[in-house]
Design a protein around this ligand. Structure first.
Ligand SMILES: [Fe+2]
Ligand SMILES: [Fe+2]
Length: 338
């Protein structure tokens, strides 16, 4: 019999015998296998459980939510060649800020570990005790949140700290003043109830999972671009070897994120496969609930929001380039690299 129910302790369990994962003197999560490859944190049982739940979902004739490359569409604000133009002209603060902001956004993911979310079972007709969505509050969201924001209380950094370390490997310490993430561009539909027949907290959780899937899936774009910039010879004060190690640290983050994307696709696939109880005593198919808002979410994330963001960034980069003594030439090079 395949195991389909797990305790939180099992879902958080680490691989045995790992070397601590150190970047410089700083301990971060995961560890190194005897052959020197990186092992993501809390994955010994978690990955096996995801396999088992995925097989069980397929055995019921359903499948994980199909997230595909179309989710990566949308105009990009600053491409790797444009980052290189800025860096070569002594305007490295833009890229430095991007690495800092990415780390701070990762830190916000700790919310998944710190907030409490409603149990889905009371609103689902089917028994979810043998599904991933039956384990969200029993280890899965906790593991996910700690992956993002680390365990500062234990002196173990998560993705936030890994981005800051990657940045400092490439640039050296304290190269630029600290920076906060820009304010989110609000979606016009923000606050709209798409599932008024469900308790608000349940809609909030379903909507969070769907939004998170898109955010985590699209984060790949920025990760790959940052690595391409870091792997460019001669751009960083820390030297090429340290910049290459920074790119390797981001590769380890990407390895961890693959587990997140996979988990979220599974959760949404399960949600689509079950029936929800409505507040008025009726039922509604999970597939209908997700279908109501998924396309709008994708339109926002892959078309509207990237366009608004690119416009804002273009203005801000132009202001930054204007601080250069030879601003017109740099701006021309920047535009030519678009
Ligand atoms: Fe992350
Ligand atoms: Fe993640």
């Amino acid at each position: 019999m395949t195991q389909l129910t797990y305790s939180a302790e099992e879902l958080l369990r680490e691989h045995p015998g790992l070397e601590p994962h150190l970047i410089g003197d700083t301990r971060v999560h995961g560890g190194m296998l005897p052959d020197g490859t990186y092992q993501p944190p809390r994955a010994l049982v978690r990955e096996r459980a995801l396999d088992a739940w995925t097989d069980a979902l397929r055995a019921r004739g359903r499948a994980p939510f199909p997230a595909d490359a179309s989710l990566l569409d949308g105009v990009r604000a600053v491409n790797p060649d444009q980052h290189r133009v800025l860096l070569r002209n002594g305007l490295g603060r833009w890229f430095w800020n991007q690495l800092t902001v990415t780390g701070k956004i990762e830190a916000r993911g700790r919310l998944l570990a710190d907030a409490s979310f409603p149990d889905l079972q009371p609103v689902i007709v089917e028994d979810v005790s043998e599904m991933a969505v039956g384990h969200l509050g029993r280890g899965l969201l906790l593991a996910h949140g700690i992956d993002e924001g680390g365990q500062p209380e234990l002196g173990i950094g998560g993705h936030d700290v890994m981005w800051f370390l990657a940045r400092d490997l490439a640039f050296g310490d304290d190269t630029h003043p600290d920076v906060e993430p820009p304010e989110n561009i609000a979606r016009p539909e923000a606050g709209t109830r798409f599932m008024p027949e469900l308790p608000e907290g349940i809609e909030g959780l379903l909507s969070l999972l769907a939004n998170l899937l898109i955010i985590e899936f699209r984060a790949e774009l920025g990760f790959a671009e940052a690595q391409a910039v870091l792997r460019t010879p001669g751009l960083f004060a820390g030297g090429d070897d340290r910049a290459a190690l920074a790119a390797e640290v981001i590769e380890r983050i990407r390895t961890d994120e693959a587990i997140h994307v996979r988990s979220l696709c599974l959760y949404l696939g399960e949600i689509e496969s079950v029936t929800f109880r409505t507040l008025d005593g009726g039922t509604v198919a999970g597939r209908e609930l997700i279908g109501r808002f998924w396309d709008g979410l994708v339109q926002w994330a892959t078309v509207d929001q990237p366009k608004l963001n690119a416009e804002r960034v273009r203005r801000e980069v132009a202001e930054y380039i204007a601080t250069h003594p030879d601003a017109a030439r740099v701006q021309a090079e920047f535009d030519a690299a678009a």
